[in-house]
Write a protein that binds this ligand. Structure first.
Ligand code: U87
Length: 273
């Protein structure tokens, strides 16, 4: 039936597309000012960090194992969570991104200085920014694995990666819509993530709305499935999640820097019944 392997071909095409991904360029495009300007309240990255801080601290999401799905070359996603979990697992489809993460974890060179991020999260936690080195130490001490992952596989992680009961919490930022050729594939991938989570576990999902492409390198346009808020809610529900909270950030004009055509960003907190 055309649908089925049509979908497979499209997924294969996405995976081929990602072979040209350039972590250093990507970090420059999305993790430097204006998108990562900690002196501005309306900048994207501080908004994401505040959402994650609130979820892990105020709403008391904690436990043994936290998994970040599709980490890319970035660590900001677990800078709050690392204080509330004994074990953190990072993951990405590309070895080049896993290498970038391992490099920072081994305190070797990394393509971006994460210090301003660590300082900002310390302040959110009511700590002095000078505690950033303690947080870096904590992060390096709880990250136990940087694993390959493919959200299009029913078992996205290598067998035996997680305790048999599953992870306590999943965080995933801008991954699913950036790797799925269409809404059906996005929803299927959400279902695959659910298989990684223990019953009662939480999913913290950050993503782009109404985005059709982004630059993964200077000359690499990666297609993105444009999603509406309603489609995100329906996909979460139809893949078995209970939606607890959804907030949306609308990009101010000067955050639209031409590296993609995203119009707004969502933060969803969901639970696996
Ligand atoms: C981040 N999480 O930056 N299975 O938050 C699993 C796969 C697969 C696969 C590819 C896209 C970034 C979106 C990280 C990285 C997220 N990556 C991996 C980008 C687009 C909006 C926007 C962006 C970034 C792949 C920041 C901001 C905005 C990448 C990751 C997707 N536009 N994972 N089958 N295939 N991947 O290697 O690392 O997904 Cl602020 Cl607004």
């Amino acid at each position: 039936m055309e649908g089925e392997n049509g979908g497979e071909k499209a997924v294969d095409a996405m995976e081929t597309c990602y072979q040209g991904f350039d972590p250093a360029a990507y970090l420059q495009y999305n993790y430097t000012p204006p998108r990562a300007d900690f002196s501005r309240n309306d900048s994207i990255v501080p908004w994401k960090l505040r959402c994650l801080h609130k979820a892990f601290s105020e709403d008391g999401i904690k436990g043994e194992v936290l998994v970040d799905v599709g980490s890319g070359p970035t660590l900001y996603q677990v800078m709050s969570g690392c204080e509330h979990f004994e074990r953190v697992i990072l993951s990405d489809f590309l070895e080049i991104n896993r290498k970038e993460l391992r490099s920072w974890l081994q305190d070797a060179k990394s393509s971006l200085d994460w210090t301003p991020y660590l300082k900002f999260v310390c302040q959110l936690e009511g700590r002095s920014p000078s505690a950033w080195s303690k947080k870096a130490e904590r992060l390096r001490s709880v990250v136990t694995d940087v694993l390959p992952i493919n959200v299009h596989q029913p078992c996205p992680l290598p067998a035996g990666s997680l305790p048999s009961s599953g992870a306590d919490c999943l965080v995933s930022s801008f991954c699913l819509e950036s790797v799925s050729p269409d809404l059906a594939s996005f929803t299927r991938a959400l279902g695959h993530l659910s298989s990684l989570l223990k019953a009662g576990g939480h999913l913290l999902l950050i993503g782009a709305l109404d985005e059709s492409f982004y630059l993964g390198a200077l000359d690499l346009r990666i297609p993105v499935v444009p999603l509406s808020e309603a489609e995100v809610c329906n996909s979460l529900r139809s893949s078995g999640f209970q939606l607890l909270q959804l907030s949306v950030y609308h990009l101010p004009p000067d955050m639209r820097v031409g590296v993609d055509d995203v119009s707004s960003v969502f933060f969803a907190k969901a639970r696996k019944p």
